[in-house]
Design a protein around this ligand. Sequence first.
Ligand SMILES: *Cc1c(COP(=O)(O)O)cnc(C)c1O
Length: 365
Amino acid sequence: MAIEFSAAVSRIPVYPAAAAYALPEDVALLASNESPEPPLEPVVAAVQAILTGVNRYPDPTNAKLRGALSDRYEVPASRIAIGNGSCDILLAAGEALLEPGAELVYAWPSFSVYPHLAAATGATQVQVALNEAQEHDLDAMLKEITAATRLAIVCNPNNPTSTAIPLADITRFVEQVPKQVCVILDEAYCEYNTLEDPDASIDLLKKHPNLVLLRTFSKVYGLCGLRVGYALCGSDAFVTAVNQVRQPFFCNAAAQAAAVESLKHGDAVQARVERAIVARLELEDGLGELGISAAASQANFAWFDLPAREGEEPGEAEKRIVAGLTEKGVLVRSGAALGRPGALRVTYGTPEQNARFLGVLRELL
Ligand SMILES: *Cc1c(COP(=O)(O)O)cnc(C)c1O
């Protein structure tokens, strides 16, 4: 007899891991929106220093990290949640807010983890199509909010489309969502957004106890291998609830130490953002020379439709090009897996990696 699993297990999609982990060293990893730069040296030193003490459990209250985030963002520590990556907070929010009969609203295509929330909890999900510009259609999302809605998620800038919507639009959206509905604004890429000061959305927390700003050390801080994310919240209640549904030690000691140290190096982080923006411009130019127009990226990756050859379906062109890139050691994310066959999502790498990607793509078109 085989083991009998819960219904949730048959509903939850299996995460499509990038096919990178058994490949040779010089592969250009442009599939997972990671930073191409290693963690900052003092951050590595802080992690090394903590390792001699790992016979002890990590601080379950994450006091130093919440204190440092509180100082940096002027949000009370009691309104800051920490997680084993921000995905951990997202999944915990699903567990804390959702159940059969409850509803969840989010845009699609968007972050691949959102469908897990409904699948894991048995709640009903409403996926609202992006508009023509591949941006969130907030008015359409508002129309889907009912008495059963517990959670609305807005990803800004959006993964996988890279586009951002103005904070003014988000403000109007949050003002119209009923106060008992939690709104998670997933800001994993906010540091790369040149349209808006990444700190600007924080003001919204003062007026909206139902708002949660979800952020991460995975992307611009280059710490995705350690797993640490955080949420700045409009009320303590969200923090208490997500902590209730998780194991007490959800953030390990090395991750906490690395995050605390990272917050001391704002200038180095800003320099990374600037390098990513140079890469954005270079990649957009290079794609433009190939006749490809990428979505207006405010993130650390490009999103675009591939030109198909005559008689070729968009999905076929994508398969051929992804296979060709992989063969040449350039890993990117296929659009089909992200809800748009014929598209590609390509993370900005080092200047060499970006040039390599463009060179191989040119050969394949
Ligand atoms: C990368 C990403 C995250 C961050 O995930 P972590 O668990 O913090 O590594 C969250 N949301 C979106 C939309 C992302 O792309």
